[in-house]
Ligand binder design. Sequence first.
Ligand SMILES: Cc1cc2nc3c(=O)[nH]c(=O)nc-3n(C[C@H](O)[C@H](O)[C@H](O)COP(=O)(O)O)c2cc1C
Length: 188
Amino acid sequence: MSQAVLDFMHNRRSVLIKNMTAPGPDTSQLADILTIASRVPDHRKLEPWRFLVIQGDARARLGQVLAEVKGKQQALEPEQLLAEQQTFLRAPVVVAVVASPIEHKTPRTEQILSAGAVCQHINIAAAAHGFASQWVTGWTFENPEAEAALGLSEYEFIAGYLYIGSSEEQPSDRKRPDLTDKVTWLSD
Ligand SMILES: Cc1cc2nc3c(=O)[nH]c(=O)nc-3n(C[C@H](O)[C@H](O)[C@H](O)COP(=O)(O)O)c2cc1C
C-alpha cells in the first residue's frame, strides 16, 4: 500500500489553461510522461493511439493552420481569429493524443477507451512531475477538416489536447460526485 500515491490521487486536479505559465516539461520529462502514458490497458495490444508533441514554434504554426480551417468553416471576428492562431501558445507544451482505432476483433469503442486512458495517464504523470495540465478537445473534435490539417488519417481523431505547463497554486477542488448516486453495491 502506498499512502503517498493514494494522497496524490485524492488531491490531483486539472489546472485551467489560462492559469498556466512556463516552464513546461523538458525533453526527458516529456519522454517519461509519454512512456507512462503508453502504459495503459490495451485489449489485444493494438496500441490504438499516437502522440503529436506541439511545442516551440510549432505551436504558432499549427495554430495558424487550424485558424485557417476554422475561418473557412465560420466567420471569425479579428479577435477570434487571433485567439485561434494563439491557441497552442497558451502553454509551453501541448500533447495531442491521436486515437487511431483500426478494423479489428477488438471493438472500436474499446480502442477509443484505451486512448482516453492515455489522456488521463498524461494528466497523472504530468502532475507527478510537478506540472499543471488540462485535457481539452474543443472545436476540432470530430472535425474532419481540422483532423486532416493536423495530418490525421480519416480513421483517426484527437482524443484530447493535453496542455502542460506550470502553475503557482493548486486549484481548489471542484464538486465531486456523491457516491450514493453512483454506486450499486452487489454483494449477494
Ligand atoms: C474528453 C474530455 C474533453 C474535455 N474538453 C474540454 C474542453 O474542450 N474545454 C474545457 O474547458 N474543458 C474540457 N474538459 C474538462 C477539463 O479537462 C476539466 O478541467 C476537468 O474535467 C477538470 O477535472 P479534474 O480537476 O478533476 O481533473 C474535457 C474533459 C474531458 C474528459
